[in-house]
Write a protein that binds this ligand. Structure first.
Ligand SMILES: Nc1ncnc2c1ncn2[C@@H]1O[C@H](COP(=O)(O)OP(=O)(O)O)[C@@H](O)[C@H]1O
Ligand SMILES: CC(C)(COP(=O)(O)O)[C@@H](O)C(=O)NCCC(=O)O
Length: 304
């Protein structure tokens, strides 16, 4: 990885004073996905430098937009700064994305930050079934990529209110008739396993629309462990929740449920990671490498 500068935790933490971000343990507990607590030391040692760097790149873009506007003698609407977050299923994309959203808006209160996921661009289960893709959920062909690129084009053309479909883990499906709204944020964080994906059949790559991208990396065995832990938590949480996708499994034999999740990991998510997600790692502007306990131990910043 010649085109990346590698930092260990200490080197990265020393880039800026780490008292910049103000957040309490309780606030932190609220943004974790399920159960585990993101460590406050991670916030100070990793995220202080990360948001300071993101803000620098953000300002660069704004500056370039002003210069362009000046040169063209034309008022140009300021398109949002888009940050893409990629990585395997269960590596911690949504947790990191929520943390970034909170820390960026907290540290730079004048910024309007919007967070969304590309999960909503997966075809509905009905459509996946029609296309014989139910067992390929999360693979490139299971996403409506042209809808996603059209959406990103609308975002960059600064349309006032852009809607996008929503996915629910509770339904394990697209939520019918419900949409998210993007209303001209300064920063749009978009997380999903396909955010750095290479094009299929000459499509435009979504990352062409990004100003900055982050890949969250970890060893396969660890991610599998996190996937299984999240699965067990979802079973426990939904034991008494008949409308939830996990309810039936939660109330059946535990070993059968665990076996199914292990198979899903091996046959779906791990295959997807190896074939389509991991190969996109070296396209990211920044790689956050995690170790045991979700601790970030190495940071790689691309410089060409
Ligand atoms: N920094 C972290 N500290 C502790 N737990 C974490 C952290 N990041 C993720 N997790 C846990 O790991 C699991 C997967 O994280 P999640 O954000 O849901 O992943 P993804 O969005 O990539 O599928 C969840 O159970 C979540 O609570
Ligand atoms: C919708 C997803 C592709 C996205 O996952 P995420 O990275 O948000 O956890 C995934 O949750 C999924 O449904 N995977 C298919 C196999 C499974 O049920 O794990």
């Amino acid at each position: 990885m010649k085109n990346y500068i590698r930092f260990n935790r200490d080197q990265w933490a020393k880039l800026v004073p780490n008292d910049k971000v103000k957040i309490t343990k309780n606030e932190l507990a609220k943004i974790k996905s399920l159960g585990d607590v993101v460590d406050l030391t991670d916030v100070h040692e990793i995220y202080s430098s990360l948001i300071a760097y993101l803000y620098l790149v953000y300002q660069d873009k704004r500056h370039a937009q002003e210069k362009q506007s000046e040169f063209l003698h034309k008022k140009i609407k300021k398109a949002p700064f888009i940050i893409g977050i990629s990585g395997s299923v269960a590596v911690g994309k949504s947790t990191t994305a929520r943390l970034l959203e909170l820390l960026l808006s907290r540290t730079y209160p004048n910024l309007k930050v919007h967070l969304m996921t590309t999960d909503g661009f997966i075809y509905s289960n009905q459509e996946l079934k029609r296309r014989d893709l139910l067992s390929r959920k999360g693979f490139p062909e299971s996403y409506n990529m042209s809808l996603l690129t059209d959406f990103l084009k609308d975002v960059l053309s600064c349309k006032d209110d852009i809607i996008y479909p929503l996915y629910s883990q509770a339904l394990s499906d697209i939520v019918p008739g419900k949409y998210g709204h993007v209303k001209n944020p300064d920063i749009l964080i978009i997380e999903g396993i396909n955010t750095l994906q290479l094009p299929q059949n000459g499509q435009i790559v979504t990352s062409d629309f990004f100003d900055f991208s982050i890949y969250i990396d970890a060893e396969e065995d660890l991610i599998e462990k996190w996937y299984m832990q999240r699965f067990v938590k979802l079973l426990d949480l939904n034991k008494n929740n008949p409308t939830n996708f996990y309810y039936k499994m939660a109330n059946g034999p535990r070993e059968a449920a665990i076996k199914l999740a292990e198979e899903t990991w091996q046959m779906v998510n791990l295959v997807n990671l190896r074939e389509y997600i991991a190969p996109t790692k070296q396209r990211a502007s920044l790689i956050l490498h995690k170790t045991n306990g979700h601790l970030i131990d190495q940071i790689y910043l691309r410089y060409f």
